[in-house]
Design a protein around this ligand. Structure first.
Ligand code: FES
Ligand code: FES
Length: 164
C-alpha cells in the first residue's frame, strides 16, 4: 500500500478534501469515495467514455487520471449539469429524441456533448460524430444521439438569441 496524501478537489462546486493513495483512479475517487455515481465505468481500456467528466474546462475520461493529477482541479460531472428538477437542454433532448436505451453511456455522452456545444454551438452531423468519437454506445446506433445533440443545440441557440 502506498502512502496516503492529502488532496483537495472541487466537484460540482463543492470542495472535497480527503486522504488517498496518489495512484487511486479519479473515477473511483468520484464514485466510491465521494459517492458521485453519475460517471460510469464501462471498460478498463480508456475506450468507452462512460466515465467522462469535465476538468478545468476539458473533457477527460476519469478512468485515465490518477487522483494526484486531479489535485486542485475543478471537476464537473453529470450531477453538476442538471438533475430531475432542472434538466439541461441536452438531457431534455436525449429524453425527447430517444438518445438513450439502457442509459449506461448517457452521463458520459451528455457531459461530453455539453463541452462539444460550448466549443462549437452549431455543429454539423459530421462534427458531432467526430466530437463524440471517444464515447461508445452499445445500444442506440448513434442516430438518435446525434439527433438529440442537434436538437439541444437548436434549443440552446434559440434561447440565447431570445435573451439578446
Ligand atoms: S471507463 Fe473510462 S473510458 Fe471506459
Ligand atoms: S444507451 Fe446503452 S450503452 Fe448507450
Amino acid at each position: 500500500m502506498g502512502k496516503k496524501q492529502h488532496y483537495k478537489i472541487t466537484v460540482n462546486g463543492k470542495e472535497e478534501e480527503f486522504l488517498a493513495e496518489p495512484r487511486e483512479l479519479l473515477i473511483y475517487t468520484l464514485r466510491e469515495r465521494l459517492n458521485i455515481t453519475g460517471p460510469h465505468i464501462g471498460c478498463d481500456t480508456s475506450h468507452c467514455g462512460a466515465c467522462t467528466v469535465t476538468i478545468d474546462g476539458k473533457s477527460v475520461k476519469s478512468c485515465t487520471m490518477f487522483v494526484a493529477q486531479a489535485d486542485g482541479k475543478d471537476i464537473t460531472t453529470i450531477e453538476g449539469i442538471g438533475g430531475p428538477d432542472n434538466l439541461h437542454p441536452l438531457q431534455t433532448a436525449f429524453k425527447e429524441h430517444h438518445g438513450l436505451q439502457c442509459g449506461y453511456c448517457t452521463p458520459g455522452m451528455i457531459t461530453r456533448a455539453k463541452k462539444l456545444l460550448e466549443e462549437n454551438p452549431n455543429p454539423t452531423e459530421e462534427e458531432i460524430r467526430f466530437g463524440m468519437a471517444g464515447n461508445i454506445c452499445r445500444c442506440t446506433g448513434y442516430q438518435n444521439i446525434v439527433k438529440s445533440i442537434r436538437a439541444a443545440a437548436a434549443e440552446m441557440n434559440a434561447a440565447k438569441e431570445a435573451a439578446e
